[in-house]
Design a protein around this ligand. Sequence first.
Ligand code: NAD
Length: 449
Amino acid sequence: MSDKTRTARVPCDIKDIGLADRGALRTEWAGRNMPVLGMIGDRFEEEKPLDGVRISACLHVTSETANLMITLVRGGADVALCASNPLSTQDDVAAHLVRDHGVQVYAIKGEDDDTYYEHIRAALAHEPQVTMDDGADVVGALHMIGLERYDDLHPVVRAWATSLGEAERQRIVKGVKASTEETTTGVIRLKSMEKSGVLLFPVIAVNDSSTKHLFDNRYGTGQSTIDGVLRATNVLLAGSTVVVAGYGWCGKGVAKRAQGQGAHVVVTEVDPLKALEAVMDGHRVMPMAEAAKIGDVFITVTGDIHVIREPHFEAMKDGAIVANSGHFNVEIDLDVLAEMADSRRAVREFVEEYTLGEKKIFVLGEGRLINLAAAEGHPASVMDMSFANQSLAAEHIVTRPDELTEGVQPVPEPIDRRIAALKLRSLGVEIDELTPEQARYLASWEMGT
Ligand SMILES: NC(=O)c1ccc[n+]([C@@H]2O[C@H](COP(=O)([O-])OP(=O)(O)OC[C@H]3O[C@@H](n4cnc5c(N)ncnc54)[C@H](O)[C@@H]3O)[C@@H](O)[C@H]2O)c1
């Protein structure tokens, strides 16, 4: 614990508890646009569905996440929170959660790899009954321990896990009733674990809720990614060529917002259906090898590895800007770029210049999620729905364990629909109801033919 956190009343590792006032204001500001989560919090406070339940969350430590943590605490949970990305932590928000809500926070913006994993270790040492992941790092580590694959653990977690007795290790792994997963990449990893027959407990794929990916991935990533690129560079997008790699939920959002700023959007894809959709949405589609020659700004959102690599860097124009908004920092092959470069230097916050002979290539935010590294992540209004899913999924796990099936499963549909209805209500939007005649018509095959 650093000098600046000694007055904290719960175990934590944060930058400076003195930042808590600013974090409180920021959290309150986000909360204004999270009415659905607020309603859930009011009910949780009365009913205490999570009374005494230990939850370890590994999420981006932002003001929106703070509102989720506060909702869980209002429901009676005992919460530990670590970062799901070394650059996404808002240090003032972390301080507020520790000082004012008794959440054990282990997250410091810009933490190195060892500290990142030390924080994951601390979240595991909380002995959670429920875990919440954004990218499956906590569940991944738990499984490596449960499966005794210690060599696959980061050295910091490995040293801790192997220092524990067998009974203690089993208690930690078997203590987890179920988990929730926030993002596409995490869900893909968990489904792969399920397919390999190694998944040890049920996982609710929050990302698969309609009220999550249709809004958070598309509108949230769309807006905040462009925001991150602009905050880092302040370039004019109008008239420039923006290459978007991946036309899934996030890519569609990024492409649409870039188009809205007046950019010529080029999409690269590997899936013919998604590529066709991009064409019909009015974008040019081509392989990255071609796009590399004409792009001014490149944004990867595929969840894949090395989408931009050596031949693409070779083909790029002088001054090309390269950023990533997919979950992990592997979409741009930065190791190869470093090998290709004669020199590199930081030229602005979140902008690194690589010199390759006569030309310069600029990489934003070390290739990590640019919307969280250089901007503030998704707007609260979409996180309202994502985190309503998280809080109701946690309640579902605790109060209806018999309804959980094995493996990766969606948030129950009635919850998804209830969140959509509550969000509409909070926006003051009313919709029609089926008349009895319409309900009968839609349920029958004889009527009206
Ligand atoms: N930045 C954020 O805040 C944020 C928010 C949500 C999700 N994510 C992450 O963004 C990534 C994408 O999420 P999504 O929900 O859009 O997923 P998705 O599955 O809907 O879309 C990914 C798309 O990338 C395409 N793709 C895969 N490999 C490719 C390649 N080599 N070249 C071109 N296209 C390729 C796929 O065909 C697919 O259409 C994931 O890593 C996810 O975890 C980030």
